[in-house]
Each structure stands twice: as structure tokens, then as C-alpha cells.
Design a protein around this ligand. Sequence first.
Ligand SMILES: [Zn+2]
Length: 384
Amino acid sequence: MTIDEKVRKTLKELEAKTPDEVNNLFAGVIAAVESERQKLVTRGTADESERERLAKELRDRWLARKSGIISSIDECWLKTAPKELKPAVGRAFNELRKASAVLETNELLKAIPLKRRGKRQGELIFSADAGTSKMGGRDLTLPGYRRPLGSVHPVTQVMREIEDIFLGLGFSIESGPEIESVYYNFEALNIPESHPARDDWDTLYVNSQVLLRTHTSPVQIRAMEKHGAPLYIICPGKCYRHDNPDSTHATMFHQVEGLAVDTDISFADLKGTLDFFARKFFGEKIRTNFFPSFFPFTEPSGDLAISCVFCEGKGCRVCKESGWVEVMGCGMVHPEVLRHGGIDPGRYSGWAFGLGVERFAMMKYDINDIQLFHQGDARFLEQF
Ligand SMILES: [Zn+2]
């Protein structure tokens, strides 16, 4: 109910039956007096005539003899008050009259500042009179707006941590386009058009020959073409899949892939490097296990599992009671892929791996929903 509606009802209609309830009603009215006055004072006026007009309007709204709010309270609240409430209403009404004296026209004229718009848009120049007025001037000693400091996104933090470990091993960082050709994303990686693996990786096509990359592997081909062998690189970056979003799948996520090409590279190098990496990242207690797997671009292929970080290998819900959690795919680079990169598979061999950064971050920080990374919710992000 607005104040104008309230003052046209009787105390009975407003259900004010005790002196306390009456006092509350009047306190609300006094608050309205002050807030309406303050609004005008804060706003200020552009010139003298506007100031006079606005001051008179506010004064009349409250103090006009016939239709003002105060006289309406007199009529509807005071005169109709039941006998036992009369003293309380009378006292409160007197307080209100005193409090509303600030709405007299000449009081308002003193309080409302003149604000003149300067040449630049939005810039306010205050009149000397407003600057000295207690309410009208702006206090330039008040502190400015504080902008909260951001922090590095957890996915970026984990990506940098992974990069650091491999940089320490002598690897360098390579990057490539997120909008990739079908050749680099599939064909050069030994996934011809008829290969069923394309189904798993189907993605958003820009046209029949250009798509959003489904992994960062195309960067490996580009790096082999650019630098030749020997080559030790990692490729961090975004990739895109047609997965339905759920707690472990997202249509966009980050990968770090690694590639080592040299003479005499064997599966033992792969195992040794990834074992070292897993212990560096998850802690020295971690044990690793390699399971056979299949990828078109490696032969043989494996999945690297680590002993479950949550139960230390004893078996829990996260590791499905097995004690092991798969964390990445890896394998010896397929000779066909080396050839596509312009490297002679008769002379060189190599190994490669690929991991999901969000998955690593989820394990590291015990996060159970991948979607949290992409929602931009400050309550989540400020924990890192
Ligand atoms: Zn477990």
C-alpha cells in the first residue's frame, strides 16, 4: 500500500489497535517525509525556476491545507481514532507535524542544490552554494568503487602446472588453430573418411573440409612438418566434441597432448616419462598402470591408469572399487602418422599421449561436475 492510500484509510481499516501499532504507522510516515525530501535534495535542480517549482510541489503534496497528506492523516487517523487511542495518536501526530516542518517551501529551497550540466556529458559542476550545503555537495573524500581482483581459472592453473612439468623435462610448447582442416584433424592421424573412429569424434563442421578440432593432435602433425625430428613437444589447447553435456562431458574442453620423436624411442621411454609426470602431478605415492587400448594414431596403444587418489587404491565409488582410475590415452606413434608429418618411420620412432585438463583438475580438487568450470560462477571460481 502506498503512503497516499494509507492516509485515506482509518486506523481501524489499517488494523492499528494498540499505541505501539499507531507509533509504527507514524514512524513509517516520518520515514517517507525524509526519503521524499532526500530524493529531491540528492537530485538537485538545473535552475532557480525548476527549484521553486519542485519545492512547491513537494510542500503541497504534504502540507497543503485541504488535500495534503498531513491534513488527510488529521481527518482519517486522528479524528476517527477510538477514545482509548486518542492520546497516542495525538502525540504521534504532533511529532509528525514537527518532522514535516522541513517540507516548508523556504526550508526546501535552502536544501536543494543547483546542479549545472557542464560541457562534457555526465560531468556535474556544483554551484558554490551547493558545495557548502551539508546535504547537496558530493563528498570527494569518499573512497572510490572497489573492483574485486580476479584469479587464474582452475583449468588454466592445472594446464600451467602440467606445462611446467614437461618444460622441466625439456619439452617445448606448440599451439595450432582451433578451426582445423579435415586433413589435419583426421586423415593425417590415420583416420580416413571411412574409419569408424570418426563417429566418436564427430564435431561441428564449418564446411565439409573444415571443422572445430576434436583433439589437439593436429598440432602434432603441424609441428612435425615444421620442425622435423627429433621433436619433444606438448600441445595444450581447446577442443570440441559432440558429447551431451553432463557432469563428466562438455562440448568444449581442454587437452594437453605430448609427442616425443627421436631415434631409439621405445615404449619404456613412454612409461618412464608418464610415470614421472603422474607422480609429479598427483604426488609421489601414486602408482601407475598401463592397460592395452586402441587409437588409430598409435600402435600399440594404451590407457594410463593411476592408483585412485581418493582411496589410495583400496577401492571406492570414484574408482568403481577397482583402485585404479584411467587418466589418459597413450601409445607409440603409428608409422603412418610419422610419414604424414614428413618423418621417416624407418629411422625414427615416437610416443604420444593425450589428457583432458578438466578431468585432471576435477581429480586434483575433488570437483564432481565438469560444468562448474564453464559457468563463470564467482562463488565457485574464488575458491581457487
Ligand atoms: Zn578409489
